[in-house]
Design a protein around this ligand. Structure first.
Ligand SMILES: C[S@@+](CC[C@H](N)C(=O)[O-])C[C@H]1O[C@@H](n2cnc3c(N)ncnc32)[C@H](O)[C@@H]1O
Length: 285
């Protein structure tokens, strides 16, 4: 995955809208090539039939036709707790998590085929049996393919930030999306988020605090001086003007989730001096 392909800034036209809209909402990803080469192409050929779930589509190749409900027991050939990771990128996190936790089923949802091919390489090298992947737009996967109360955890790490205000409408984490997550998560299940954009982190916190289905697992945690938000704003770490008097009184940030390994994407964010925000919310009964 090249830097330019990950960067929403590659859309230069401020009025850009994806031609393939899902329920009149712009999608949260940038359309990128499906072409596979070399090791990734071979890994795909060897493993796609077994590990990639191929739903019927509407018009767009990342869409999901209305009747494509997924039978999880058949798909994984067993019943087990389900962890869904959305936007798996190169599959680093989900592959490691699945290796360390063979008793659970892991479902990767990602629109970027080369990333899923990279995941197939890891599935092979780790000898994983408990991973399946879908190349599709996550809101449609949640709405159509997964049943109510079917997931134990949903992970969304470094969702594309769409940091310019005119692009905020493209952000994945919005109230309507949280409704979909709430439907899929079992009562007591956990939604885990991480981002390196303070403005997106604040938006996530605000939406989740306001949503009746979710409860913060760390209310008030890392508030004030301990909050990364305080540090980012005071020091102007995201290149905006610094505000020496800023204080995040609210907090509510989660400690780093120990099973969220350092991906190459997060590594680049840290190298450029960015701070990371973790959030963890329980699906209320
Ligand atoms: C910034 S990358 C982060 C990747 C990975 N989670 C990591 O931490 O390295 C965000 C990923 O989310 C994927 N993505 C964005 N919107 C999506 C959607 N609606 N459905 C599925 N995947 C999506 C992108 O293709 C991209 O690979």
């Amino acid at each position: 995955m090249s830097d330019s392909s990950l960067n929403p800034e590659s859309i230069n036209d401020p009025d850009y809208r994806d031609p393939e809209l899902y329920r009149n909402e712009p999608v949260s990803f940038v359309r990128r090539g499906n072409r596979l080469q070399g090791r990734r192409a071979k890994a795909w050929e060897r493993n796609a039939e077994r590990f990639i779930i191929e739903p019927e589509r509407k018009r767009a190749d990342t869409s999901v036709a209305d009747d494509q409900h997924l039978d999880l027991e058949q798909t994984f050939a067993r019943q087990a707790p389900l962890i869904v990771e959305i936007g798996t990128g190169l599959g680093e996190c989900i592959a490691n998590a699945a290796k360390d936790d063979p008793a659970s089923n892991y479902l990767a949802v990602e629109v970027y085929r080369p990333g899923l091919a990279q995941l197939m390489l890891k599935v092979e090298s780790f000898g994983l049996e408990n991973v399946r992947a879908i190349q599709a737009n996550a809101p449609e996967v949640l709405d159509v393919m997964l049943s109510e109360n079917s997931a134990d955890e949903i992970w969304i790490f470094f969702s594309d930030p769409w940091h310019k205000s005119r692009h905020h409408k493209r952000r994945l984490i919005k109230s309507s999306f949280l409704d979909k997550v709430a439907r899929i998560l079992k009562p007591g299940g956990t939604l885990r988020l991480a981002t390196d954009w303070s403005n997106y982190a604040e938006q996530m916190r605000e939406l989740l605090e306001a949503h009746e289905a979710f409860e913060n697992q760390f209310p008030g945690n890392f508030a004030g001086e301990e909050s990364n938000l305080t540090q980012v704003r005071r020091q102007g770490l995201e290149k905006e003007e610094s505000d020496p008097d800023f204080i995040d009184e609210q907090g509510g940030w989660a400690p780093r989730f120990e099973r969220r390994i350092l991906t190459s994407f997060e590594g680049k964010a840290l190298n450029s001096g960015r701070l990371i925000f973790d959030l963890a919310y329980t699906r209320k009964a």
